[in-house]
Design a protein around this ligand. Structure first.
Ligand code: SF4
Length: 367
């Protein structure tokens, strides 16, 4: 499993070695016509930061070659904010005392109807982690309720066994999002203080169970701000290489969520500046040309607009991170979003930039 592979990689040494990359190494790498995952180290190094403009131009060209000018749009729907884990950075953490909500069938259908009427066809279902009340059967049932109204449904919920992922796929989901949050073991322990999420390896293993179960689309990521972003980038690239080789049938996507304000208060331990995010996106685009890259409404509108051309293939829109939030129910959200624009404004922005905003099934667009 990837946990053992990760332990053998000695990421600490790789991270330290990034400081030894020289400007001439970056220049030589950027002269190449194509990049491999071996070039990734050079492109995320501090020495590559002054070459962001060149990286951005190459990333833009490559994205247009591989993905055309289509931008897939999706919307998250939270089914519950009940969670038994204690994560330092999250508004759903068990330590925060407020009434928790689990949407009923009627409430799920009402939220789904609203989102389908707005024109969304891609839905991401999210929950906290509370297996006894919001377990596999509840989530699978929610998928069967919503499936008739949406072309694609993904989940971002607690890690599951292969058997349970099979139930989720049988109910109609095709996408699995499971972020490791941080790949740095000590930082992971520092930020996951109680509950099942304390187990670093179990979370990593679950992604492989999902691939074995046959999820068509798999989305990995790290929550930027918990540890040094270049360390997370090295781990994510190794994780992608591993998954793509071992479970080649799935399509892969990556996300770089940066920590946002939430109920309670959390200040990110590590700063991730806008230019760092740009370097990260460009390096992944150049070294993993077929990789989907997702950008959420955590980021502010102006930055999202500027990042559109650099390698992003999927964006969320109109997100609300509280269960029942679209229907105006009174419940607590997971974190604050920054880009509050409604779908038509996001579509207008994309069209002005020459992009085709796609709300229906990606496969149908490509076929
Ligand atoms: S990050 Fe996930 S597991 Fe942790 S408290 Fe929030 S909802 Fe629960």
């Amino acid at each position: 499993m990837f946990d053992a592979h990760l332990a053998a990689l000695d990421l600490d040494s790789q991270y330290t070695a990034l400081d030894h990359v020289q400007a001439q190494d970056v220049v030589a790498t950027l002269r190449k016509s194509a990049f491999s995952s071996k070039d990734f180290h050079t492109l995320i190094s501090p020495a590559a930061a002054p070459y962001l403009e060149t990286m951005a131009q190459r990333a833009q060209q490559l994205t247009h070659q591989r993905f055309g000018k289509a931008m897939q749009l999706f919307i998250p729907m939270y089914l519950s904010n009940l969670c038994y884990n204690k994560c330092t950075y999250c508004g759903f953490s068990v330590e925060h005392k407020y009434p928790r909500l689990i949407l009923s069938d009627k409430e799920i259908l009402a939220e789904g109807q609203l989102l389908a009427q707005k024109g969304f066809q891609h839905l991401l279902l999210l929950t906290g982690e509370a297996e006894d009340k919001v377990g596999v059967d509840y989530i699978a049932h929610a998928i069967t309720l919503l499936k008739p109204s949406f072309a694609s449904i993904g989940i971002e919920v607690q890690p599951m066994s292969e058997e349970n992922y099979n139930k989720i796929i049988a109910a109609g989901a095709d996408g699995l999002t499971l972020y490791q949050e941080t790949y740095h073991r000590e930082a992971y322990q520092k930020h996951h203080l109680a509950g099942k999420k304390k187990h670093f390896a179990k979370r990593l293993d679950a992604l492989e169970y999902g691939a074995k179960a046959g999820f068509h689309k798999i989305n990995i990521g790290a929550l930027l701000g918990l540890y040094a972003w270049r360390y997370e980038a090295l781990a994510l690239s190794a994780h992608l290489d591993y998954m793509k080789k071992k479970y080649w049938q799935s399509q892969y996507m990556i996300s770089f969520p940066r920590i946002q304000e939430m109920f309670g208060e959390y200040n990110p331990a590590y700063d991730v500046r806008d230019q760092d995010l740009v370097q990260l996106i460009c390096a992944f685009r150049l070294c993993f040309p077929d990789l989907g890259i997702s950008l959420s409404t955590r980021e502010p509108a102006a930055l999202r607009d500027n990042l559109v051309g650099l390698g992003i293939t999927q964006m969320s829109a109109e997100s609300n991170t509280a269960p029942g939030g679209y229907s105006g129910m009174d419940s607590e959200s997971q974190f604050d979003i920054s880009d509050h624009r409604p779908l038509p404004l996001i579509q207008d922005m994309l069209k002005r930039k020459g992009y085709d905003p796609v709300v229906k099934n990606w496969d149908r667009v490509l076929s």
